[in-house]
Design a protein around this ligand. Sequence first.
Ligand SMILES: C[S@@+](CC[C@H](N)C(=O)[O-])C[C@H]1O[C@@H](n2cnc3c(N)ncnc32)[C@H](O)[C@@H]1O
Length: 194
Amino acid sequence: MEKWLSSNQDKVWGELVASRLAKRFGESEHLLMLEKVASLFKGKSALDVGCGFAQLSQFLPEGIEYVGVDQSESMLKRAYEAFPDARLINGNIYDLEIRKFDTVFAIDFLHHQLDIEPAFSKLMSIANKRVIISLWIWGRIPRKNKKYFGPHGEIMSWYTTGELENIFKDLNYTITESVGRKWRDIYYFDIKKE
Ligand SMILES: C[S@@+](CC[C@H](N)C(=O)[O-])C[C@H]1O[C@@H](n2cnc3c(N)ncnc32)[C@H](O)[C@@H]1O
């Protein structure tokens, strides 16, 4: 546990990672995945948690409010270059006080956290209508460990569909399987009206 807690995740997503991801995220596979994710948007405002280069913003309906949040200055620098008008906040989701948005996105974000919680509950608490997340499903490709550090020190966490079923059992959700890659599923949660 000690090594996970002291792994300086806020420093991991620096210039080197940003420049490598810029190539990979420019590929059509990533863009088509984001387009599919954007089609699940509901309402008039969107919060994009772990927005990276804010590429999702280009696929959302015109005229809606879009805000991206990311802990990495290097990722956001590129986001501003590509989308100068986007509203972007530099910070760690665990530290920020955030108001409610109709749809909250967390795409390729949760599996870079130590665990689904506490981030997932925070996402649910700030959504009026829908939370849309992507998760990597363990067992679809050979992987020895379910948690490990990636090549740059980034946390990688994989989950089985059974584990996720158990975690989300009381929630109202839909799964879209194998979006972009066979091991990535999109889950969207519709917020129940009290
Ligand atoms: C793999 S990238 C995904 C970027 C974007 N969502 C996409 O799919 O194109 C993950 C992003 O999440 C950000 N991130 C990870 N943990 C975070 C945290 N606790 N608070 C804010 N941002 C975080 C990283 O800095 C990185 O830019």
